[in-house]
Design a protein around this ligand. Structure first.
Ligand code: HEM
Length: 167
């Protein structure tokens, strides 16, 4: 895991001041906080929060040589995009640089699709993005987070989450 400069705390300190000053982030602040924004995007990419939302074909469908009859269940894999080695420099490594250019500016990536794509993509995307940023920055302003000692372990279920309290 590598964190380029400026790091999260420096960006938070320079742009928001201290919690005591009562300076809480708004969603607009993301434009002046490229590293923080990149970290948040990388978290969403790396954990592939909601990888499989089953769908059902509404009509008989021909897709890339396959025939999908009407009514068949299709389970897309967003993981295949978010960890695609043709799209990401280090797909299996937590790397905020995926969303930063050489000058440290935030860059959008076409393969960043945690909310899926197409006409049935997540209807709550805008709300979720705003909440994630405001909560993430607020938590970092208020608390200090540290990884558990020892190797990091994850529980793979419907979502990828840290294994807490297990050895
Ligand atoms: C980090 C948070 C969230 C993630 C990663 C996420 C992800 C997704 C994904 C992957 C889908 C399936 C899209 C598809 O099949 O093409 C979806 C659908 C949906 N999401 Fe979200 N979502 C999030 C938050 C929210 C929020 C906050 C709301 C509502 C306030 C919401 C409402 C919905 C609804 C209603 C659908 C179904 C849309 C449809 O069937 O047309 N989501 N979401």
């Amino acid at each position: 895991m590598f964190f380029p400069k400026p790091n999260l705390r420096r960006e938070l300190a320079s742009l928001l001041g201290t919690v005591q000053a009562g300076n809480w982030a708004t969603y607009e602040d993301r434009k002046n906080m490229p590293f923080t924004n990149a970290v948040l995007h990388e978290v969403q990419r790396f954990i592939t929060l909601l990888p499989h939302v089953p769908r059902c074909t509404a009509v008989d469908t021909h897709f890339r040589g396959y025939f999908l009859p009407k009514g068949i269940i299709v389970i897309p894999s967003l993981t295949s995009v978010l960890l695609d080695k043709t799209q990401w420099e280090t797909p299996h490594q937590f790397n905020p640089n995926h969303f930063l250019d050489a000058e440290g500016n935030f860059v959008k990536r076409e393969a960043f699709l945690p909310f899926s794509t197409g006409r049935r993509n997540c209807i709550g995307e805008s709300l979720a993005k705003m909440e994630l940023f405001v909560f993430f920055v607020g938590l970092l302003q208020t608390f200090t987070f540290q990884p558990q000692p020892g190797p990091q372990k994850y529980t793979v279920g419907h979502t990828l989450e840290p294994s807490v309290g297990t050895s």
